[in-house]
Design a protein around this ligand. Structure first.
Ligand code: FPP
Length: 246
């Protein structure tokens, strides 16, 4: 899907994606260990899920561990995994109670059995909820996701089940981990960096990017509302012409 605008309110972002950056810098500025930044990062995530749902966002996708994060020190990787365990363990009941549906995207084959079970547990528990969908990108890399889709489609071509000409952009989208999730309307990256870092490369073809200077642990309703306001002032043309109203 490329156009995820809504006739209810054309300019309101139905799907907001966030690159939660700057936990380490937030901690360093306060002479705290990096772990303290990640801990406050989880608090910011809790806050943001609540606020985004209140504002009427339908899909919130957050980048919580990238395929490239494996190059960090082992102690930090362990810490990030324990934060996921704790976040899911402590928050899943509340999120479920608030009607939030959870989807976790990313590679599972190299995750430990207990993490995979946890992921499946929270997806199964919340799958019939009708509130906001929280998509957690964990052990996610967009290039790896695309390579996986290409491998599956190539296999189908090899087996004679699919003609190369039938590989359309819709078919590729259906083979990504974001199947049935509309493309993000707005992508926010915190902490001043201005790059995608292997996040949702395919899905962000027409996404509006807003870069904010606040580090992720300081992210709150004000920063989110400001980013949404900036989004609302953009003219989304999807390759077309400037609209008559602008
Ligand atoms: C970027 O800060 C943040 C991360 C790599 C991890 C984001 C994780 C959380 C917010 C908490 C975990 C939540 C779950 C659900 C697992 P950085 O460490 O790259 O900061 P820096 O660039 O300032 O060093």
């Amino acid at each position: 899907m490329t156009d995820s605008t809504d006739s209810r309110d054309k300019q309101f972002p139905k799907h907001v994606a966030i690159i939660m950056d700057g936990n380490g810098r937030w901690a360093r500025e306060r002479f705290l260990p990096r772990a303290a930044g990640h801990k406050q990062g989880v608090e910011a995530l809790r806050r943001t899920v609540r606020v985004a749902a209140e504002l009427g966002v339908d899909f919130l996708t957050v980048y919580s561990f990238s395929s490239e994060n494996w190059s960090r020190p082992e102690s930090e990787i362990k810490h990030l995994f324990s934060l996921l365990r704790r976040f899911v363990g402590q928050d899943v009941a509340d999120l479920h109670g608030s009607g939030i549906r959870i989807r976790i995207i990313g590679e599972r084959s190299n995750l430990s059995k207990d993490i995979v079970e946890l992921i499946e547990y929270c997806e199964d528990l919340t799958q019939d909820n009708s509130g906001m969908t929280l998509v957690i990108a964990f052990n996610y890399g967009a290039r790896q996701e695309l390579a996986g889709a290409v491998q599956r489609l190539a296999q189908e071509v090899k087996e004679g089940k699919l003609a190369p000409a039938d590989i359309t952009d819709d078919l590729i989208a259906e083979n990504l981990s974001t199947k049935n999730i509309p493309d993000p309307d707005l992508l926010i990256r915190t902490s001043g960096e201005q790059r995608l870092s292997n996040f949702l490369l395919w899905q962000c073809a027409y996404t509006e990017f807003v870069f904010v200077s606040e580090h992720w642990p300081a992210f709150d309703k004000t920063v989110l509302a400001r980013a949404i306001e900036e989004f609302q002032n953009r003219d989304r043309r999807y390759g077309g012409l400037i609209s008559a109203t602008s």
